[in-house]
Unconditional design. Structure first.
Length: 138
């Protein structure tokens, strides 16, 4: 069995964003040489997320509005975590959107359902963060 590890780094200049990282994961898969197996894609920071969904701008807007209703950024004083920080809402948003995804690899390709893509969700940007891609298989 082969194992391959790659880190993807992101420096999002705004507080929140959704980035389609499917091409970077596909590139890592090609580099790995794995034809049958699994890919784990994991946000390595507690205010960021990795999730699978449709790459449609209206849906991304809906996520942003929905998450802001669930865990509004302001007022910062509403959160106990915000003693010297202002990112408690980002921790909560990450908990809702998820830490990682696992995708099957079949014939050297990500084995997605219709419209599925992998996204990095940034909820407290303006600093460098990483995503782990771990691939195992034959």
């Amino acid at each position: 069995m082969k194992a391959y590890r790659k880190e993807l780094w992101f420096d999002v200049p705004i507080r929140r964003a959704f980035l389609n990282i499917t091409p970077q994961v596909e590139e890592a898969l090609a580099e790995s040489g794995v034809r049958e197996g699994l890919v784990l894609v994991n946000a390595m920071h507690i205010t960021a997320s990795v999730f699978i969904n449709d790459d449609e701008s209206g849906l991304h807007h809906d996520f942003e509005v929905w998450l802001e209703r669930l865990a509004p950024e302001k007022p910062h004083a509403q959160y106990r975590h915000n003693n010297g920080e202002d990112n408690a809402d980002a921790h909560l948003k990450r908990s809702v959107m998820g830490r990682e995804v696992v995708v099957a690899v079949t014939n050297g390709r990500l084995d997605f359902g219709p419209w599925e893509q992998i996204f990095y969700g940034e909820f407290d940007g303006r600093r460098r963060k990483r995503v782990l891609v771990k691939i195992i298989g034959e």
